[in-house]
Design a protein around this ligand. Sequence first.
Ligand SMILES: Nc1ncnc2c1ncn2[C@@H]1O[C@H](COP(=O)(O)OP(=O)(O)OP(=O)(O)O)[C@@H](O)[C@H]1O
Length: 231
Amino acid sequence: MLSVENVSLHYGAAQALRNVSFKAEMGKITCVLGRNGVGKSSLLRAITGQHPVSSGAVSFNGVSLDGLAPFRRAKQGVGYVPQGREIFPLLTVRENLETGYAPLKRAERSIPEDIFSLFPVLKTMLGRRGGDLSGGQQQQLAIARALVTRPKILVLDEPTEGIQPSIIKDIGRAIKYLRDSTGMAILLVEQYLDFCREHADQVYIMDRGAFVHEGAPETLDTPDARRHLTV
Ligand SMILES: Nc1ncnc2c1ncn2[C@@H]1O[C@H](COP(=O)(O)OP(=O)(O)OP(=O)(O)O)[C@@H](O)[C@H]1O
């Protein structure tokens, strides 16, 4: 499992995470909810190594990730789908997928076929440039690219943001399939309450850089939880 213990993170003098601790278990979908700017992306940056933590510890399956560069975390099995997708617009879909080879040994460098079962549209668009895809197709490509790295934990930053409902459904189906078929851990941050309610096994709510609520998805409907989610 992924374990985050007492992590704080600063941007200069501004503190974005305050002594955050939580766990994301294998074979479970863990969802972190919160309003704009409460620190959700910062939490994922701390986990993936995109930004250094000021204090605290992050480990995955007993291996400390502290101080490791992002590509070394990818080698440990941390797959990242960043906010805004960060597709390479001038590379083709196939080339975007192949950037996921970077942490793999030469013999492992192939595109797993089940990516195309999850997201069939990608197979028909392998030769198209990433920048020509719709937002929803780019999100599917970003998830597929992370899957090429053979992650043991998939970390997604607001995967439903700006995406049409039919593709949100496909993404929901995909993460459930991945959880059930591979037993990987899935950690996602979201503002979209219904998506978390429907798919999460465990939810956390973040407010001003700290967790203020933890429980099963049904607990999202309590007044205490709602207080931290309404704008
Ligand atoms: N690179 C940065 N430099 C300075 N401050 C930053 C930086 N990135 C984020 N912040 C600040 O840190 C706080 C947490 O931001 P973060 O992006 O983690 O929030 P978030 O919950 O992911 O929000 P959103 O839903 O808008 O992505 C915010 O106050 C934000 O303005």
